[in-house]
Write a protein that binds this ligand. Structure first.
Ligand SMILES: Cc1cc2nc3c(=O)[nH]c(=O)nc-3n(C[C@H](O)[C@H](O)[C@H](O)COP(=O)(O)OP(=O)(O)OC[C@H]3O[C@@H](n4cnc5c(N)ncnc54)[C@H](O)[C@@H]3O)c2cc1C
Length: 382
């Protein structure tokens, strides 16, 4: 792909409106704002705490290409040297990033990451409105008329291109006729707390399969740690009323988690513990682009957290969209079909890998969580 290189002639209010100021929206905004006028809106005044803190080594190149690596390193993310798992058997397995040419990955302070990306997009020239929402959108043949509500003020803008970066609920793309398809109903209950003890669990992500789903834990900056359980939305374990203490009791009964986590320090400061429930399903949007609009990040393609690929994909598709939009605005590209092909290829590869990851666990094939990928006929023979 060509890198964005020269400023565009200013024509209308904003060349680009981005709905959603997460990793994807900010990636697109900070890459485009140096060359054209970008308006980005988000329904949240500020980012909120959430799960999702492992950044793949491959993101290092993207951050470098975007001129972000130096300031990223100053944010104090922890190096992630690899993954440890009990998956498919009780044996502990480790894969490290030692031979990865991209270097090591990272464990982020996710809230700080989201705040930093928003600030960077603004520093690069993006106009950010938050909280704000898209009231209406109308296609005018060569541009869009949009109405944005912020602080109870309604403002009309003429915009050349629209970007849906709204995450797992791509409202804009749906409004433009796209359809969202979910591949499963995976959900996640996560808890973030203090972790000052166990050396064993530092520098690695840990994953362990269980009859109803799988556990995950990783250290995060400021001596914190996330513990998460992933299961199906209708599974008995997924009780939204479950308290932190019952969650931690269940986590504490898992051998691998006990080895990696100092549960005593984790529970010492209960007032510092944050928890959340969230959808974590795989899903895709079709079409992912149309005349003068496209969807990026989770709005285009949402990944199972097992892939730890969502933030990388958000950065990547944000950059790819910025390049496509730049080429469109400068007249060297007529539509976004190349972008659509890129997303289709990522989606197809991802689905193959997803099936392979889950098929690697064969111990609980009678359980609904683990037989999702097995054709019914084969299941009956088991
Ligand atoms: C449990 C869990 C664990 C995960 N773990 C990892 C991990 O370890 N590593 C990893 O790489 N990925 C992980 N992910 C995935 C990762 O968090 C997402 O892929 C990533 O956040 C996608 O970025 P995004 O910008 O596309 O969407 P989001 O980060 O969801 O941002 C969307 C933004 O749009 C805003 N918005 C939504 N609708 C509207 C609207 N109508 N109007 C205005 N604004 C709107 C939202 O407020 C939000 O700010 C995990 C996901 C889950 C659920």
């Amino acid at each position: 792909m060509n890198r964005v290189s020269t400023p565009l002639k200013q024509m209308i209010d904003f060349e680009v409106l981005i709905v959603g100021a997460g990793s994807a929206g900010c990636s697109a905004a900070l890459n485009l704002a140096r060359f054209c006028r970008v308006l980005m809106i988000d329904r949240q005044a500020n980012p909120v705490p959430r799960a999702g803190e492992s950044l793949l080594p491959a993101a290092n190149k993207l951050l470098t290409d975007m001129g972000l690596m130096d300031t990223f390193v100053q944010q104090g993310a922890l190096p992630c040297y690899g993954n440890r798992s009990r998956w498919g058997s009780d044996r502990v397995q480790e894969t490290d990033f030692l031979r990865d040419p991209a270097g090591h990955g990272w464990h982020l302070d996710r809230l700080q990451w989201d705040i930093w990306l928003r600030a960077t997009a603004e520093e690069r020239g993006t106009t950010l409105l938050a909280p704000a929402r898209l009231e209406s959108v109308e296609w005018m043949g060569t541009y869009w008329n949009v109405c944005v509500a912020a602080n109870q003020v309604y403002t009309m803008y003429k915009v050349r291109c629209l970007v849906d970066a709204g995450g797992r609920t791509p409202g804009l793309a749906k409004r433009l006729g796209a359809v969202r398809t979910s591949l499963d109903n995976l959900v996640c209950h996560w808890v973030l707390g203090s972790d000052q003890g166990n050396e064993q669990g530092q520098g690695l992500s840990y994953i362990e399969s269980a009859p109803n789903g799988w556990w995950y834990t990783a250290p995060t900056p400021h001596q914190q740690r996330i513990i998460a359980f992933h299961t199906l939305a209708n599974a008995p374990f997924m009780d939204r009323k479950q308290t932190v203490s019952t969650f931690l009791k269940a986590a504490g009964s898992v051998q691998g988690l006990r080895e990696n986590i100092d549960f005593q320090t984790f529970t010492q400061q209960p007032e510092c513990i944050i928890q959340g429930y969230t959808a974590a399903n795989s899903a895709y949007t079709r079409p992912v682009a149309g005349p003068q609009w496209l969807a990026i990040g989770d709005a285009a393609l949402s990944f199972d957290p097992l892939a730890a690929q969502g933030i990388f994909n958000a950065l990547y598709t944000g950059l790819a969209a910025a390049e496509s939009i730049y080429q469109f605005l400068s007249g060297t590209m007529q539509d976004f079909s190349e972008y659509e092909q890129t997303i289709a290829a990522i989606g197809a590869t991802y689905q193959i890998h997803l099936k392979q990851w889950y098929e690697a666990e064969q111990r609980w094939l009678k359980m609904p969580f683990w037989n999702r990928f097995i054709p019914t006929a084969k299941l009956e023979q088991k």
